[in-house]
Write a protein that binds this ligand. Sequence first.
Ligand SMILES: Nc1ncnc2c1ncn2[C@@H]1O[C@H](COP(=O)(O)OP(=O)(O)O)[C@@H](O)[C@H]1O
Ligand SMILES: CC(C)(COP(=O)(O)O)[C@@H](O)C(=O)NCCC(=O)O
Ligand SMILES: [K+]
Length: 289
Amino acid sequence: MSGLIAIDVGNSRVKLGYFPAAGACDNAPEGAAAALLPIAAPRLPEPDSTLGLGSDESWDEPLAAWLDGLSIDTLRVAIGSVCGPAAERIVAALRDEAQRRSCEINVVGLTHENLPLVTRVEAPERVGVDRLLTAVAANRLRRPDAPAIVVDLGTAITVDLVSADGGFEGGAILPGVRMSARALNEQTEALPVSEMVELDGSPDAVGKETLSAIRAGLYWGAVGAIRELIARQRDRLTVTPQVFLTGGAAPSVARLIGGPDYVVRHAPHLALSGAAAAAESLASTPGGA
Ligand SMILES: Nc1ncnc2c1ncn2[C@@H]1O[C@H](COP(=O)(O)OP(=O)(O)O)[C@@H](O)[C@H]1O
Ligand SMILES: CC(C)(COP(=O)(O)O)[C@@H](O)C(=O)NCCC(=O)O
Ligand SMILES: [K+]
């Protein structure tokens, strides 16, 4: 059995997902649900199992344990990266594992050039491939007549527009929650660092001491910025968009982003699923991987 290992290399974490059926097209929905989807866009592949690796952790043990649980005889890998050193590290770790297990390894790097996605931006090669991968995934999730807005709350926060014809139109980039927390600490004399765990749950907007005030600002600042960007992107559209939310900070803000005229869906593995969808489309392209 081989399946596919999709990898999304971000600036904070490397995310791996195992897709046992990637390459096969047996997961398209039937009946009424199928009528809601474009013919060329079967349902989004979902990972059976995922692994997240932080840059300051050791990777060998968790990676070996995760691979043991998959019982695969070939490492078929599709990788999308916005952080070169972490990408090199994970590919080296996988090659070591392949050698140790005497199994074949095949790594495909995903770039704007081999994704099933039209980009309407000035320099597609400079757009983070994670943004493009989530757009590929959004094209598998959205109704064929509806545009999508994809919000990725990672190291940075991105809010991107995918038009109803499936094109990546660009979007907005702002500092992520942890990055903002660190900047407040590093660039002032008096402000402490607010740890991420302290952002779980909605803080009171009127902080009664410094840390509570920082928490209020970071949390509601991110929520407000995202809501404003969605509203402004939505203003350009004639059809109500579907909004998809992903990334490390998505669970804590998901329920607060919804607006009066759009529906928000939390999709935890959007970039991984987009990478699996891209690998599927490459495998079905003559001359593809
Ligand atoms: N409990 C939390 N509350 C708010 N934000 C969080 C929390 N946990 C993680 N984050 C945010 O998620 C980011 C990591 O998300 P991730 O999607 O893995 O990033 P990347 O793709 O950039 O590596 C952190 O930088 C931080 O901003
Ligand atoms: C905006 C990003 C830093 C987000 O990365 P992440 O938060 O997922 O680590 C990444 O997509 C990137 O490096 N982009 C390059 C510039 C661009 O997308 O236009
Ligand atoms: K990301």
